[in-house]
Write a protein that binds this ligand. Structure first.
Ligand SMILES: *Cc1c(COP(=O)(O)O)cnc(C)c1O
Length: 346
């Protein structure tokens, strides 16, 4: 039998397990636009409680939860402050301009992370007619482009202090927040005191097929529910999907530590190869590395393909590996062998 393909392109490629599908089949459902789907409500309420926030909103994607939050926190002529490689800016189709008519102030961060001093310096003078109004700060934890880097709670607390003092809202793109929590030992409950809103992806490392939840105060989520509707994101018997999210939160959080260990193993193998110039520190499940000038990214990816391994190109000479539910120890061993079998072209 052919060996299974090892898909390291993203943690979004996982397929639901039999146990997750079973939970989906058994979910009680209703029309969620009427507020009558008990499984959706259970997911929204339990995930909000977990993070110490009042309410939640189940959405089809993390792009939608982020963009709804940004729209709810801003108005046209206002400005969003974020790191220059933030997903909300770089990978959401310019949605901040499209949905919210807002400007963006981009900060150069340390592997995707910004500091309180940087944020404070980016806040516009409120009384100057030339400027947009700074109204929202977006942080990303873990940072995707930063190679899965994590914020410390101290760094977050300092940024939250600036946001409060200067009257800005603070949103967390927590697409991989559970990776950060597991890697650092921080608790979800700590996050609710710092952030006005949090977006959490269920379809990344947690392994659900679809869905993200947006968390915040009751009044904020009420506003967001209308924005979700105008974006066409009001779903009906969505409890089938929410059940996968509940299952994922109950069963797939602690095991993220295994993904992190496997990512570190791959990072260590890569660092030892002569064709690898640099590997970003591997804090969670993302391994971002740069090939030397001698090794073309296309050659490298083609070599992996021959070994049944798929990875993503992530910029000139940059490659990303992502570990997830469907990558086990045997597969990591196969990847290590394939990496060691590749030599630098003469
Ligand atoms: C994946 C991701 C999202 C949302 O992605 P969707 O594919 O729309 O669910 C948002 N932020 C970050 C950092 C991500 O990695």
């Amino acid at each position: 039998m052919a060996e299974p393909v090892i898909d390291l392109r993203s943690d979004t490629v996982t397929r639901p397990t039999a146990a997750m599908l079973d939970a989906m089949l058994r979910a009680p459902v209703g029309d969620d636009v009427y507020g009558e789907d008990p499984t959706v409500r259970a997911l929204e309420e339990s995930s909000a409680a977990l993070f110490g926030l009042e309410d939640g909103l189940f959405c089809p994607s993390g792009t939608m939860t982020n963009q709804i939050a940004i729209k709810a926190h801003t108005e046209p002529l206002s400005e969003v402050i974020c790191e220059q490689t933030a997903h909300v800016y770089l990978w959401e189709v310019g949605g901040i301009a499209f949905h919210s008519g807002a400007s963006v102030a981009l900060l150069p961060g340390d592997r995707g992370r910004v500091t309180a001093a940087q944020v404070e310096a980016a806040i516009r003078q409120p009384d100057n007619v030339h400027y947009p109004t700074s109204s929202l700060i977006c942080l990303e934890n873990t940072s995707n482009r930063g190679g899965g880097s994590c914020y410390s709670l101290d760094a977050i607390a300092s940024i939250a202090e600036v946001a409060r003092r200067r009257g800005l809202a603070l949103h967390l793109d927590g697409a991989r927040i559970f990776n950060a929590l597991v890697a650092t030992g921080q608790s979800a409950a700590d996050y609710g005191q710092y952030f006005d809103s949090i977006s959490v992806c269920l379809s990344k490392g947690l392994g659900a097929p679809v869905g993200s939840v947006l968390l915040g105060s009751k009044a904020f989520i009420h506003k967001c529910r209308r924005i979700r509707k105008v974006m066409g994101g009001g779903m009906r018997q969505a409890g089938i999907l929410a059940a996968a999210g509940i299952y994922a939160l109950e069963h797939n959080v602690e095991r993220l530590a295994d993904d992190h260990r496997r990512a570190r193993e791959l990072g260590a193998t890569l660092a030892a190869q002569p064709y690898v110039a640099e590997v970003l520190p591997t804090e969670t499940n993302l391994v971002i590395f740069r090939l030397t000038e001698e090794m073309r990214a296309e050659t490298f990816l083609a070599h992996l393909e021959q070994h049944g391994i798929r990875a993503s190109s992530f910029g000139p000479q940059m490659i990303r590996f992502v570990t997830h539910l469907d990558v086990d120890d045997t597969m990591v061993e196969r990847v290590n062998h394939a990496l060691q079998a590749l030599s630098v072209p003469a």
